[in-house]
Design a protein around this ligand. Structure first.
Ligand SMILES: [Zn+2]
Length: 212
């Protein structure tokens, strides 16, 4: 009889980047590989993300995989005790408990794959992603393509004015932008640096364009 090798070593993989960088697609790809390998896989997403589908994780390219919606990070722990692989999408919408939950799962010998936005629309690190990145064994930062200039993009630019940190949406509200073409909204800049006098001039109708 072929011996079954039990390797009780868990770890955390984090897939991060801006919107349209293919995070969900990469998460789905990895989870599907695990499923093909007949591993026990659980997949979770926070309740806030109701775009496209309630019981699936769907990428912008419409790849999808069945997932469970959870109210909070603790629920993930309770629901994945039997799993070998645990996938979590939209990690930035969970609170900081997610870090401890991922650590516990990895300590139990599970492979934990987490995908999430590393910065919000102001270009500010999006908790709990920085903490997750710090404790992860493997980190994958993906880039999108800047819609203004075509360079690799790492920022998510919001095209509408809204003071809320979270406005769930896709193509019509957000754009991927590079460092040069990204401009934080006025309130975001105040947090990042001294208030800029011209910050008030920035409106969604006048996105920054490179001077020729
Ligand atoms: Zn650009």
């Amino acid at each position: 009889m072929v011996p079954i090798i039990q390797r009780n070593v868990g770890w955390i993989e984090v897939i991060c980047g801006c919107m349209f960088s293919g995070k969900s697609e990469e998460l789905i790809r990895r989870l599907k590989r695990a499923l093909i390998g007949r591993q026990k896989v659980s997949i979770f997403k926070p309740k806030i993300d109701n775009r496209y589908s309630k019981d699936h994780i769907v990428s912008h390219s419409e790849l999808k995989i069945h997932s469970e919606v959870v109210e909070n990070a603790r629920e993930i722990l309770e629901r994945s005790l039997e799993s070998q692989v645990v996938g979590i999408d939209e990690a930035q919408f969970f609170d900081n408990d997610l870090v401890e939950v991922c650590q516990k799962l990895a300590n139990m010998g599970k492979r934990v794959i987490v995908a999430g936005l590393d910065m919000d629309y102001r270009g500010i690190p999006f908790d709990p992603m920085p903490q997750l990145l710090a404790v992860a064994e493997y980190i994958y930062k993906l880039q999108a393509i800047c819609v203004i200039c075509g360079n690799p993009a790492t920022f998510t630019y919001r095209t509408i004015e809204d003071p809320n940190r979270v406005v769930v949406g896709a193509n019509n509200i957000y754009e991927a932008r590079c460092r040069n073409c990204f401009q934080a909204p006025p309130e975001g800049r105040k947090e990042k640096q001294a208030p800029a006098a011209q910050a008030e001039k920035v409106t969604p109708e006048t996105p920054p364009v490179e001077e020729s």
